[in-house]
Design a protein around this ligand. Structure first.
Ligand code: CDP
Ligand code: MG
Length: 735
């Protein structure tokens, strides 16, 4: 463990001055001013040697203007007192003084755009005001959509608490594969995707009196589609109220789209935020994050820290590293509570981020983009922003979708910085240079509709009877090629006929709340008599990537445990094997623990599986088992995923149709084998274009399951002379 003497003065290398500051920091002395050592210099900077040569130098460059004077940091006890009465907190929110005015505006206008800083109370208060005002009389419901599952859950829980009701009674949430609502639920927080699916059962949303499309600025695919559909419904349901709520971005666009609907502005309450940039680019932002958090912790006055990372894996790694360093520093530093937040985090863990920080301690919340606008955590004074986010991108020419870590936009960076100025003047440390901010970041994030595949949405719109997609009322239209490709894919999957009309099979596919390819796989399990196994595979794929647990100190054991599940044929069968053995153990958590399998993920897979099983009857698929004949399972998977295939060439794997170079993911059970033909579940671009969850297939199966997509000729294998003949025969058999 590091000793106090390790903390050296960065100029002289002597422990003296730094040690004193260190001690002060330990005692929680607020006198340690950021950059105090360089008071003479124009630009304050600080540097603290925590260990060896790990330091990051920041330069103060700009300030995000606030509309309030900088104030001292409110003491935690004051905040606690404020929490004393939940009603007092409600009354303290920026939206509260505008309650009557807002309700009047809603009464007078069918569509209202509501703009307000994050944390002003839009999401939690407005639906409650409407409830209090009687908008839920006669059993009518209020919907409030959220782009993220976590936000829908946590906000519903908060509102239930504020209203003093049990979650799932008057207030509930509904997210994919999880419905926490009942007959009594009149305030429904739901993901935008769920409201979209509501249109299938209730095309005019007749049971809703108000629809609030929240976090509209996020411009998710589902939110964008909702805009078009709701605008249409509003025309023939004049009594329906439509609210579009957004952070202070883009509201003019929303207004124009909704025939110049008025914009209601909730004045902000924001303190100035000083922005610091690194002097030089950081090579490893995860490591840089960990070092910076500790630097802030030991040099900065009280106040919690919010760190933005891109996803669960990164967040878990960062939290582990932080906890590790804190343990080594022991009592030399004040207590640092390290709390993760990401989409798949179980709700009891999520709740922890909202609990007040104990006196004397500091909280660091390591979050995904979710904390950018959807969630507000009290007490944040410092924001650490590496400047990245995970973004989907789609190439309509190749049909390849990938999730990539990319630089965030300037708009996003400023939203993040703003999180530091909610309760007092704050600081935002950007782990990139001022130059990079100016020259490398895009102004705004491209709406998701322009960088994702549209198969899902097109299928849904077709099932709603919307045929002319080219003329759908899009806020921003998707690229023409993407739309075309979605139609082509749905045709190849048999969901649409050659006229672009929905087929019986397409109607069934739309019934299942999963991607068309996964739906198709489930439908195909009827033909191959293996629906039991396919349901399991589908459920396991939907909790993807978080099945195995790999603690740092037991890497060898964990890897051995994983290899023990390997079955010839590939990763889908490995997933099936894990689930089957777990079920045989009586769904035991002990079994998970012993086999380095994540119990939480498995429990979720079980829920998903049950729900999908419940839908089988509706899509006319009977329960059947392959009885160990895994070829049938593999063929059913191929029937859904024939688009995602790759073949081994002299220069490695290439996708069959587009000839893109791809690689088997090192975690795959097939990593060391080289089957000639592969199917993959998804592509992930990190250092390379990796195929995740791969399955060995035979080329003849492709002709069997997708005869109108593949031609025998393109599946010919130059190495096997007999191949063409054999394939020819298969085609004949198929007619
Ligand atoms: O939607 P908007 O960003 O305008 O604000 P909000 O989400 O309604 O948040 C209003 C207040 O509720 C904030 O002060 C949050 O800290 C608090 N809140 C909470 O304590 N727990 C949640 N799960 C959500 C909000
Ligand atoms: Mg909100």
């Amino acid at each position: 463990p590091a000793r106090a003497a390790d903390i050296v003065d960065e100029e002289s290398g002597a422990p003296g001055e730094e040690q004193r500051r260190w001690e002060e920091a330990r005692l929680g002395a607020a006198s340690l001013k950021f950059g105090a050592r360089d008071a003479a210099a124009q630009e304050p900077k600080y540097q603290l040697v925590l260990e060896e040569d790990e330091t990051i130098e920041f330069v103060r460059a700009t300030q995000l203007q606030g509309d309030e004077e900088p104030s001292s940091i409110p003491s935690l006890s004051a905040q606690d007192q404020q929490k004393e009465s939940i009603q007092a907190v409600r009354r303290s929110l920026p939206v509260f003084p505008f309650r009557e005015e807002l309700l009047a505006a809603i009464a007078n206008h069918q569509v209202l755009i509501i703009e307000g800083e994050t944390g002003s109370g839009k999401t939690t208060q407005i639906p409650q005001y409407l409830f209090e005002e009687g908008y839920t009389k006669k059993g009518m419901k209020i919907a409030c959509t959220q782009p993220r599952r976590v936000a829908a859950m946590s906000v519903a829980a908060r509102v239930a608490r504020e209203m003093g009701v049990k979650l799932g009674n008057e207030v509930g949430y509904s997210i994919r594969f999880e419905d926490c609502t009942s007959e009594r639920t009149v305030l429904r927080y739901m993901t935008d995707g769920m409201l979209l699916r509501e249109f299938l059962s209730e095309p005019d949303l007749a049971s809703y009196s108000v629809v609030m499309v929240d976090e509209a600025h996020e411009r998710t695919l589902h939110t964008d589609i909702l805009f078009g559909l709701i605008k249409d419904v509003a025309r023939f349901r004049p009594e329906l109220k439509v609210l579009v709520a957004s952070a202070t971005l883009d509201t003019a666009r929303f207004s124009t789209f909704f025939d110049d609907a008025p914009v209601f502005r909730i004045p902000g309450r924001r303190f100035p935020v000083d922005i610091f940039y690194t002097k030089a680019p950081e090579a490893d932002y995860l490591e840089a994050c960990v070092v910076s958090v500790l630097q802030i912790h030991v040099t900065q006055p009280p106040g919690d820290i919010l760190v933005f990372l891109t996803g669960q894996e990164e967040i878990e790694a960062a939290c582990e590293m932080l906890q590790d360093r804190c343990r080594r520093l022991g009592s030399k530093i004040r207590e640092l509570l390290v709390l993760p937040i990401y989409a798949n985090l179980p709700s009891d863990m999520q709740a922890r981020i909202f609990q007040p920080t104990p006196p004397g301690a500091r909280k660091v919340v390591v979050a995904t983009n979710i904390a950018e606008t959807s969630l507000t955590i009290e007490g944040i004074i410092y924001v650490l922003d590496p400047g990245f986010c995970k973004q989907k991108s789609y190439n309509p020419r190749t049909g390849m979708e990938s999730l990539t870590v990319t630089p965030c936009s300037k708009a996003s960076a400023n939203q993040r910085a703003g999180r530091a100025g909610r309760v007092a003047a704050g600081k935002c440390f950007r782990l990139y240079t001022a130059w990079a901010y100016q020259h490398e970041l895009e102004e705004t994030t491209v709406p998701e509709i322009q960088r994702t595949s549209l198969g899902n949405v097109v299928l849904l719109l077709k099932s709603l009877g919307i045929h002319d997609l080219m003329h759908f009322d899009f806020l921003d239209p998707p690229p023409y090629e993407t739309l075309l490709l979605a139609l082509e894919q749905l045709y190849a999957l048999g969901a649409l006929n050659h006229l672009g009309e929905l087929t019986t099979s397409g109607r069934k596919m739309a019934e299942l709340p999963v991607d068309p390819m996964l739906s198709k796989m489930i439908l195909a399990s009827e033909k191959y008599s293996c629906s039991e196994e396919i349901l399991t595979v589908a459920a396991m794929l939907s909790v993807n990537n978080s099945i195995f647990y790999r603690p740092k100190d037991k890497v060898v054991h964990a890897d051995n445990a994983r290899v023990n599940f390997f079955l010839p044929g590939g990763d889908h069968l490995v997933l099936l094997n894990v689930y089957t053995q777990w079920a045989e153990s009586g769904y035991s958590s002990q079994w998970c623990y012993e086999n380095f399998v994540q119990f939480r993920s498995m429990r979720r897979a079980r829920d998903v599986r049950e729900q999908l099983e419940g839908l089988l009857e509706r899509v006319e698929v009977g329960l059947s088992s392959c009885q160990g004949d895994y070829i049938r399972v593999r063929k059913a998977i191929t029937a859904g995923y024939f688009y995602h295939t790759a073949r081994l060439t002299r220069s490695g794997y290439r996708t069959v149709k587009q000839q893109q170079t791809v690689f088997v993911h090192p975690n795959s059970s097939l990593f060391e084998q080289q089957p000639r033909w592969l199917l993959y579940h998804e592509l992930v671009l990190t250092t390379k274009e990796f195929m995740r969850q791969v399955l060995e297939i035979e080329s003849s199966w492709l002709l069997e399951v997708a005869p109108h997509y593949y031609k025998a000729k393109e599946l010919e294998d130059p190495h096997a002379k007999k191949m063409p003949k054999k394939i020819g025969k298969t085609r004949e058999e198929l007619g």
